[in-house]
Design a protein around this ligand. Structure first.
Ligand code: BDP
Length: 685
C-alpha cells in the first residue's frame, strides 16, 4: 500500500538518479568487517537503497575494480584514513560524518567517513538522499553533525493497543497487554527513525497504568529487550515511561515516598535488572503529580527529591531521568480562576534550580499551557541555569486537527527555536539553550510526542508524514528552512512531478496559519470540544476544572496575564520579553488574547478591531481550504490514485470542520458583542 515506505520510497528515483547510482554505486568498498550494530545496518541500508535504485545489488569489496565507487568506514578505518587527510577527519563527532568525493589519478570515490558506526548510518541515509535529490556527486564535500545530543521521540502507546492522542490507528508496539516484540513493523519503524537521525525512543505512554507499570519487571522485560535490540541496530536507545508509584502499586513497598529507603532500594534493584536485559537502556520518562498521576507531593516532598531518587538508581549505568514539568492544578474551581495555569511549571520548578542530579533532564512542553496551535514559548525553558532541560514538541496533532486537517508544524517549531529568551544576552535562543550552548547542560536536546500508529501509511493523513520527517530533520539541523524540508520530503515521498511538488508545498506552507485562522483567535487557545480536542466548542472548557479559560463576555475577551492588573505571568520572562508582553501596544497581535483582556473594539497593530479580525480570519480560513481543494483536484492523474483520493477525502473533512468553526465562532462573538461584520457577510446561523 502506498505510503508505507514514507520518504524511503526508492522506487520513485528519477532517471538521473538511477544513472548516477549506476555510475557510482556498483561497488561499496570497506575494510572494516562489522558483525552487527549500526555499521552493519549502514552497509545494509546502502545496499538496499542502491539495489532499489539501480535494479541490481551492489557488491561489497575490499578493493574496487570500478572507476567510480563508494568507500564507507568509520574514522578508524585504515582505508578511510588513506583517502582523507587527518585534517579532514578531525572534528567529526561520534554521530557526525563527512562525505567527500575524492579524485585520484584514475579513480573517483565518494568517501563516507563516520565519526563512529552511528555516524556511518546517518551518513548513508544522507548519501541516499543526495542521490535521490539529484545532487552533483563528483564534487561532494559535506560535514554534518547533529545540533542536539538527545533527539527523541515519545510514544503515548498503551499496552492494550490504544494510543493516547493517536490519530493513525492502533499501537504497533503493544496489543492485548503484550509487547509486539520481534515484529517486522517495529524494525521498519526503527529504520525510518534512524533515517531522520532519531537516537532515543520512549515506547509507552507517560500515563502509566497497571500493565505498563510491569514493563520494568521480569515478565515483560525480556520482551522489551527484544525491541531494544532492534533499536540498537539502528543507533536508537530505548526509554520507558514509568509509574512514579510503581513499588507501592505493585505491592512491594508500603509507600512511594522518595526519601523512604525501601522505595529507593526497590528502584535500585529494578534499574539493575533493566540494565541486565538492556545494557544501553536510555532511562525513565516520568509524569508525576500531573493530571491525577502519583508523585512526590503526596509525601510532602518536592520534585527534586522525586527525580533524584530515580536518578540515583540509574546513575551507575548512565541512565537518564526525563522528568516532565507538565505539573499544574487540574482541579480548579471558580475561586481558583486567578491562579493561572500558565504559571504552574515555572512556579513549581524554577525554585529548584541546582538541586537536580546531572542525569536528570527536565522535559518542558514548548508552551506554558498544552500544545495549542499558538502559545508563547515556555518561560521555564532556559530559566534554570543549573538544571538540564529538553524541550517537548507535539507531532501528533492533538489540538491541531487530528491528522484529519492538514497542519504542517515545522514553521511553528522553527518559530519556537528562534525565540530569544535574552537569558544571557541577545542570541540566547531556545535553539541554543536546547543545544547546551547557553547554559552548560550535561544532557539536553529535543523530544516530541509522535504521530504514528498501525495505519498502512503510519500517520493517518499522508501529508502528516511531513511533520514526522520534518521533526527529525529539524532537530538534526535547525538551520534548515521549512520549505527546504518540504522540498526534500516531497521529492522523496511523491517523486519529481513539479505540479505535485508545488501544490503540496503551497498547501503545507499555508496550513498552520490557516488552522489558526479558523480556530481560537489571537492566541487565546482552547474553544475545542472537551476531552476530544477536535472541532469547535466555544465554552466547552470555560466553566470546567482544567484552568483553560478565555473570559469572553459582552465587552471583551482574553486572559489578563500582566503584572500590572493580571496574573503576573509575564513576569516569568526575562526583562525584554516581560516588557514586550506586558505592554498592550507592544504585545504581538497574534498572542494578544493570551496576555491581555481587551474590548472587542480594541485596535490591533494591523489597524483592525479584534472583533473584525475574528470575523475576517474565520472567513479567510475556510476560503483557504476551499482553494486547496481546487488546487488538489488539478493533480488528478499526476500522482498515484491511492494517495490522491485519500488526501482529497481528508481535505473535504477539513473543509467541514473549518466551516463549523467559522460559523460557531463568528456567531458566538456576534452574539456576545452585538457588533456586525463590516463586510456584511452572514455571520450567524
Ligand atoms: C495533554 C493530553 C493528555 C496528556 C497530557 C500530557 O491531552 O492526553 O496525557 O497532555 O502531556 O495534552 O501528559
Amino acid at each position: 500500500s502506498k505510503g508505507y515506505a514514507c520518504w524511503l520510497e526508492y522506487e520513485l528515483a528519477s532517471r538521473a538518479a538511477k544513472q548516477a547510482a549506476r555510475e557510482w554505486g556498483r561497488e561499496i568498498v570497506m575494510d572494516e568487517s562489522p558483525q552487527q550494530g549500526p555499521l552493519q545496518t549502514a552497509v545494509n541500508e546502502l545496499t538496499i537503497g542502491l539495489e532499489a535504485i539501480i535494479g541490481q545489488r551492489p557488491s561489497i569489496v575490499k578493493d574496487s575494480g570500478q572507476h567510480r565507487h563508494i568507500v564507507v568506514g568509520t574514522s578508524r578505518s585504515p582505508l578511510v584514513a588513506l583517502m582523507l587527510t587527518e585534517n579532514e577527519l578531525e572534528g567529526i563527532g561520534a554521530e557526525g560524518y563527512r562525505i567527500k568525493t575524492v579524485h585520484t589519478t584514475n579513480r573517483e570515490a565518494i568517501v563516507l567517513a563516520g565519526g563512529s558506526s552511528k555516524g556511518c548510518l546517518y551518513g548513508v541515509f544522507h548519501l541516499l538522499r543526495l542521490l535521490l535529490t539529484g545532487a552533483a556527486l563528483d564534487c561532494l564535500d559535506i560535514t554534518e553533525q547533529p545540533k542536539y545530543q538527545l533527539r527523541m521521540i515519545n510514544h503515548w502507546d498503551n499496552m492494550d493497543g490504544s494510543i493516547e492522542r493517536g490519530y493513525a490507528g492502533r499501537s504497533f508496539l503493544f496489543r492485548n497487554n503484550e509487547v509486539l516484540a520481534g515484529s517486522q513493523r517495529i524494525r521498519d519503524y526503527a529504520r525510518l527513525m534512524a533515517s531522520i537521525g532519531i537516537n532515543g525512543i520512549a515506547i509507552n505512554n507517560v500515563n502509566v497504568h497497571k500493565y505498563e507499570t510491569l514493563l520494568v519487571t521480569e515478565p515483560y522485560l525480556p520482551l522489551v529487550a527484544v525491541v531494544a535490540d532492534v533499536f540498537r541496530e539502528y543507533g536508537i536507545r530505548l526509554f520507558l515511561s514509568v509509574n512514579y508509584a510503581s513499588p507501592l502499586e505493585l505491592g512491594e513497598t508500603t509507600t512511594a515516598d522518595p526519601l523512604d529507603e525501601s522505595v529507593a532500594a526497590w528502584w535500585k534493584t529494578t534499574a539493575e535488572n533493566v540494565y541486565r536485559y538492556i545494557p544501553d537502556f536510555g532511562g525513565f520518562v516520568v509524569k508525576a503529580d500531573s493530571e491525577n498521576r502519583p508523585g512526590p507531593f503526596t509525601y510532602g516532598r518536592d520534585h527534586a527529591d522525586g527525580a533524584n531518587m530515580l536518578a540515583e538508581a540509574l546513575k551507575p549505568y548512565g541512565g537518564l531521568v526525563m522528568w516532565r514539568c507538565f505539573v499544574y492544578n487540574c482541579h480548579q474551581d471558580w475561586r481558583d480562576r486567578l491562579t493561572d495555569r500558565a504559571r504552574a511549571a515555572y512556579d513549581h520548578f524554577k525554585p529548584l534550580d541546582g538541586r537536580f542530579m546531572d542525569n536528570v533532564v527536565l522535559q518542558i512542553k514548548n508552551g506554558p499551557m498544552d500544545f495549542q496551535v499558538l502559545e508563547p514559548v515556555s518561560p521555564l525553558f532556559g530559566a534554570m541555569e543549573r538544571t538540564n532541560q529538553i524541550m517537548e514538541f507535539q507531532i501528533t496533532q492533538e489540538y491541531t486537527g487530528h491528522q484529519i486537517d492538514v497542519c504542517y508544524l515545522i514553521p511553528q517549531w522553527k518559530e519556537i527555536l528562534e525565540f530569544d529568551t535574552y537569558m544571557k544576552g541577545k542570541g540566547s535562543t531556545i535553539k541554543e539553550i536546547a543545544a547546551g550552548t547557553v547554559h552548560p547542560y550535561v544532557h539536553c536536546g529535543i523530544t516530541a510526542v509522535t504521530n504514528v500508529g498501525d495505519d498502512a501509511n503510519w500517520t493517518g493523513h499522508h501529508l502528516a508524514q511531513a511533520n514526522l520527517y520534518g521533526y527529525g530533520r529539524l532537530i538534526w539541523n535547525p538551520e534548515l528552512t521549512a520549505e527546504e524540508i518540504i522540498n526534500e520530503w516531497v521529492l522523496l515521498t511523491f517523486g519529481d512531478n513539479p505540479d505535485v511538488a508545488k501544490t503540496i508545498t503551497d498547501i503545507l506552507m499555508t496550513s498552520w496559519p490557516t488552522y489558526e485562522n479558523y480556530t481560537a483567535p489571537l492566541g487565546v487557545g482552547w474553544m475545542v470540544r472537551p476531552h476530544l480536542h477536535y472541532g469547535v466548542d466555544v465554552d466547552g472548557y470555560e466553566y470546567s476544572k482544567w484552568g483553560t479559560y478565555h473570559f469572553a463576555d459582552h465587552t471583551g475577551i482574553g486572559v489578563d496575564r500582566t503584572i500590572g492588573t493580571g496574573t503576573g505571568y509575564t513576569g516569568q520572562y526575562g526583562k525584554t520579553n516581560a516588557e514586550l508582553y506586558e505592554g498592550l501596544n507592544t504585545c504581538p497581535d497574534k498572542l494578544l488574547l493570551f496576555f491581555h483582556h481587551v474590548p472587542y473594539t480594541h485596535s490591533l497593530q494591523t489597524g483592525k478591531t479584534v472583533i473584525q479580525h475574528i470575523y475576517d480570519t474565520h472567513f479567510a480560513g475556510v476560503e483557504q481550504v476551499e482553494q486547496w481543494i481546487v488546487r488538489w483536484q488539478e493533480l488528478e492523474g499526476k500522482m498515484d490514485a491511492e494517495r490522491f483520493v485519500h488526501i482529497a477525502g481528508r481535505l473535504d473533512l477539513q473543509l467541514d470542520n473549518a466551516k463549523q468553526w467559522r460559523d460557531v465562532i463568528n456567531t458566538y462573538f456576534y452574539r456576545k458583542s452585538g457588533i456586525y461584520d463590516q463586510g456584511q457577510r452572514v455571520i450567524y446561523v
